[in-house]
Design a protein around this ligand. Structure first.
Ligand code: SAJ
Length: 414
């Protein structure tokens, strides 16, 4: 690959848009592509359609200098970067349809010398699949699975690893794993990442890179499941799990994570299933961890129902709706599921408290009247269910909650 003068980024979501803006900030022309006309229009006005600290300023600068332009259709470029969702289907099998659609959309624009990078978290073998799909779509070009180091097109997987809420720092500072279908593919991809990554670029093959990303999130899931399981055991044995973890973690080789109401977000609760799907007979612990974490919201609801039974007309305040602390992201949030279920099952009058939002997203409009301030919840609720460790809840004094039944899934009140 010669000098990179133009990069096409397919998918302008939580990963694609920050990546596009960072590359544009290094002076490279970026053609961003998204199927959502709303996303495209918003970005072309220099604004953003997602929430991520400081991203608005970066996108504004990239658009106003003409380095970033969004469109619903791809066009020719030196590098095509795919950053689209990889959800799972109802049977927990990976859904590669967004990747396949992205590949089909770029196929007509690919030229000899181009590099294609898959950033989306993907099951092992997906990057090779892209090579096979493209060989069919563009029989006039050779792909790396056909002609390893001599192919017309290079293909690599470089999984995103950034933490929502810290995306812009981590995009630059994190090490990157770069897996090529061939060594040359990996080296070409490294040249692109070195434009903006200050961390180390670690080269490997595509399958190992795919598995590395899945492994990172599964490692975290298994460790959170251990903490969640401990919390339920401790409830039964009447032991404070937070004190217990603090004490056990004083051992130099023990580092237990924190229990919570379940695991949210669109990564840690999804990616382990890709490993389970690839090797079901061996991935026993990974599957069990998923099941433990998925069961935790039901356990919390049962505790709330038991507490509510003690009141004639219980008022229950759910403190926090986001999927983790100090963000406004409600997607795949166990806290939101718990609040919604308790409301729908009419366990009592349920007050929803989320200091990081002013209004509920469209699909939750029916519950708008449940959303109240923390102050109102503290005045009215008999039962407080702490679901997220937002800073506003951390600063509550023992006196604020003294007269309440507190079900604390995050250990804020010791
Ligand atoms: N959680 C706990 N207890 C803990 C830690 C987390 O219950 O001790 C819960 C959180 O409350 C949340 C969920 O787990 O509901 C996930 O939160 P997180 O902060 O652990 O991770 P994500 O989903 O925001 O981002 C993860 C990161 N992966 C790892 O840390 C290994 C990030 O680096 C990845 O880029 C991201 O997934 C992704 O896109 O795959």
């Amino acid at each position: 690959m010669q000098v990179v003068s133009k990069v096409a980024v397919i998918g302008l979501g939580y990963i694609g848009l920050p990546t596009a803006a960072v590359i544009a900030s290094r002076g490279v022309q970026v053609h961003g592509v998204d199927i959502s006309q709303h996303a495209v229009d918003t970005i072309n006005q220099g604004k953003i359609h997602i929430v991520e600290p400081d991203l608005d300023m970066l996108v504004q600068a990239a658009v106003s200098t003409g380095k970033l332009r969004a469109d619903t259709k791809p066009e020719a470029a030196d590098v095509f970067m795919i950053a689209v969702p990889t959800p799972f289907k109802d049977d927990k099998k990976p859904d590669l349809s967004y990747i396949e659609a992205a590949v089909q959309s770029i196929a007509p624009y690919i030229e000899k010398g181009n590099l294609i990078i898959l950033e989306s978290t993907s099951p092992v073998g997906t990057t090779e699949k892209i090579s096979h799909w493209l060989a069919k779509l563009r029989p006039d070009l050779t792909m790396p699975h056909q002609n390893a180091d001599q192919s017309d097109v290079a293909i690599a997987h470089c999984p995103e690893r950034v933490l929502p809420g810290r995306v812009l720092q981590e995009l630059v500072s994190n090490d990157r794993i770069i897996g090529g279908i061939s060594t040359r593919c990996a080296q070409q991809a490294m040249a692109l990442y070195q434009l903006f990554v200050r961390g180390e670029c670690l080269l490997t093959d595509a399958r190992t890179a795919e598995m590395a990303k899945l492994t990172e999130n599964s490692f975290r899931d298994v460790n959170i499941a251990f903490a969640n399981e401990l919390s339920m055991i401790c409830d039964q044995l009447k032991i404070n799990v937070w004190d217990l973890i603090q004490l056990a973690n004083r051992h130099p080789r023990v580092n237990i994570l924190s229990p919570g109401p379940g695991v949210g977000g669109h990564c840690i609760a999804v990616d382990p299933w890709f490993i389970v799907d690839s090797a079901p007979e061996h991935a026993k612990m990974i599957r069990l961890a998923r099941e433990v974490n998925d069961a935790k919201p039901h356990y919390v609801m049962d505790r709330v129902k038991k507490a509510a039974d003690e009141f004639k007309k219980p008022v229950i305040a759910c403190l926090g709706l986001a999927f983790k602390a100090d963000i406004d992201d409600l997607r795949e949030s166990p806290a939101l599921d718990i609040a919604k279920e308790l409301t729908e099952q009419q366990v009592g009058e349920v007050l929803w408290v989320e200091p990081n939002i002013h209004a509920l997203p469209k699909q939750y409009q029916a519950y708008s009247s449940q959303l109240v301030s923390l102050q109102e919840a503290l005045e009215r609720a008999h039962i407080l269910v702490v679901l997220v460790d937002h800073k506003q809840f951390k600063s509550l004094k023992p006196g604020d909650v003294a007269a309440k039944v507190v079900i604390d899934t995050r250990g804020l009140f010791g």
